[in-house]
Design a protein around this ligand. Structure first.
Ligand code: NI
Length: 183
């Protein structure tokens, strides 16, 4: 890898089949892959910009996600390897979600308001966090990606299809645009 900034990775856009696949757990033999992947995932997420990115979104079917809510505009990177939800609150919360794999699409999603998540950090240390608010939603959203679930899968089929159709139309228009310009 050349010196300097980590290379950004292309983000898969729905309905890519890789986004619907279940990612496998990181094992001992994946160390080099993950070490190489993490800085690129962070660079890709910050550049997008986004507050979370899961490995399947950049075409790697491993249970890895990166998150940074940038509190007070300060980078606070959180690396989640083999994350697991160990507890969810009964209380639910609704907030607007978007996803780098569904650009410009937003919808209100209802999820448990609090989540306890266990994971390995970038050093391989076992960690656990109890999240609420935006972080709780973000963690559940990223963990969903590892199971091939997108935020639109939490919506009614009517709303989901509306969003996916709109996204398909916008993606088509974007792909057609340069051709038209040079026609
Ligand atoms: Ni997402």
């Amino acid at each position: 890898m050349p010196a300097g900034l980590p290379e950004r990775l292309p983000i898969l856009i729905a309905p890519s089949p890789l986004l619907k696949a279940r990612a496998r757990a990181v094992a001992a033999g994946d160390e080099a892959t993950v070490r190489d992947l993490l800085p690129r995932m962070f660079a890709t997420m910050y550049d997008a910009p986004g507050i979370g990115l899961a490995a399947p979104q950049v075409g790697t079917g491993l249970r890895v996600a990166v998150v940074d809510l940038m509190p007070d505009n300060v980078q606070t990177p959180l690396t989640l390897i083999n994350p697991e939800i160990v507890a969810l609150s009964e209380e639910m919360a609704t907030r607007e979600e978007g996803c780098l794999s569904l650009p410009n699409m937003y919808a209100e999603v209802t999820r448990p308001a609090r989540a306890k998540v266990r994971f390995l950090d970038e050093t391989g240390a076992r960690r656990e966090i109890e999240a609420d608010g935006l972080l709780a939603a973000c963690l559940q959203h990223e963990l969903d990606h590892l199971d091939g679930v997108l935020f639109v899968d939490h919506l009614s089929s009517l709303k989901r299809n509306m969003i996916l159709r709109r996204l398909a139309k916008e993606t088509r228009q974007k792909q057609d645009a340069p051709a038209r310009r040079f026609a």
